[in-house]
Design a protein around this ligand. Structure first.
Ligand code: 13P
Length: 340
């Protein structure tokens, strides 16, 4: 492993004004998204949909990397070009989700532990050979009555560190994603405390596993109120608390932090990122690694119809551009309307 090579890729993923497209929905999740727009989920429709995004010219300007699901990384575009080549030709780094979803955490049946470590050291070189230069692993932490438990925080942090060390050994940059869900009724301060706990434990485990922080990208949630909370926090409060929380937890050796959107509205996800970058200078780059907040609009515009490909690409380009501006702290609500 070369730390310099890993750092180069990590820096590329958080290049100024660019961010990551998380297009790594499992077959189950993409089916749910397609059901919502009345599209049958088949190998071909999934390919066509993702090819539409990867061939959007705005990729070159605003997208630094694309996270793929196992099925997609082996797929070819409709003209026979491997999708990883389409992505690389657009100047973006291909990446791969390597976790294998979640299962019940023994000892705490209401909580989840992410699986996929078994056999990972053998899978990684195959993904590298196919062109992947970074990977993703998502740990899920839920807030509710009596949870999260120490068992959940620790087991997931330890697993993230094992994964990250295996990735670096294979010359692959690990995206380390401890996601505190925004599903509950909790307020922003509870989210702050739980996320701080999860991040502290994660960095402690990364240290013990000898992971080089220069060669990772952190993918956290923002400090944000739960969806069912009685009190929604303002954009300014989310930005101020998230930056404070990160400064307390994330060493400056980490090149960048690429947020998940986690169920925020498209515009909230953009506004929050923008407000944080306006608080700079910051010790690391702050950008996006959005799934839903980049894809909800193009999915709707496309709706599975060939005739709608241009409209789908326009919708994707618009969200990519809005978030690219937010990554620089140069977005404004008024720009949303332009070209939307
Ligand atoms: P969302 O932005 O939809 O939360 O997805 C990002 C992601 O990759 C979650 O693992």
């Amino acid at each position: 492993m070369s730390i310099a090579d890993l750092e180069k890729i990590a820096q590329k993923l958080v290049a100024p004004g660019k961010g990551i497209l998380a297009a790594d929905e499992s077959s189950g999740t993409i089916k749910k998204r397609f059901d919502a727009i009345g599209v049958e989920s088949t190998e071909t429709t999934r390919r066509d949909y993702r090819e539409m995004m990867f061939r959007t010219p705005a990729m070159k300007e605003f997208i630094s990397g694309v996270i793929l699901y196992d099925e997609t990384i082996w797929q070819d575009a409709s003209d026979g070009t491997p999708l990883v080549k389409v992505i690389a030709d657009a100047g973006a780094v291909p990446g791969i989700k390597v976790d294998e979803g979640t299962e019940m955490l023994p000892g705490s049946p209401k909580e989840l532990i992410t699986k996929g470590l078994d056999g990972l050291s053998k899978r990684l070189p195959k993904y590298y050979e196919r062109g992947a230069r970074f990977a993703k692993w998502r740990a899920v932490i839920d807030i509710g009555a009596g949870i999260p438990t120490y068992n959940c925080i620790h087991a997931n942090a330890h697993t993230l560190a094992r994964y990250a060390a295996l990735c670096q050994q294979a010359n692959i940059v690990p995206i380390v994603e401890p996601e505190v869900l925004m599903d509950g009724e909790h307020d922003i301060d509870t989210c702050y405390e739980v996320t701080e706990w999860a991040l502290k434990e994660t960095f402690s485990e990364l240290y013990k596993a000898e992971v080089a922080l220069e060669g990772i990208v952190l993918k956290p949630n923002m400090a944000i109120a739960g969806k069912k909370s009685a009190k929604k926090a303002s954009v300014a409060e989310v930005a101020e608390k998230t930056v404070r929380m990160l400064k307390n937890c994330v060493p400056p050796a980490v090149p960048g932090i690429a947020f998940l959107s986690g169920g925020q509205s498209d515009e909230d996800a953009t506004a929050h990122l923008d407000a944080m970058n306006k608080l700079g200078p910051l010790p690391w780059k702050l950008t996006f690694s959005y799934g839903r907040a980049l894809q909800a609009a193009p999915q709707k515009a496309w709706s599975g119809k060939k005739d709608n490909v241009a409209a789908g690409q326009r919708a994707f380009a618009h969200r990519a551009r809005m978030n690219g501006l937010a990554a620089l702290g140069k977005w404004a609500a008024a720009i949303e309307k332009e070209g939307a």
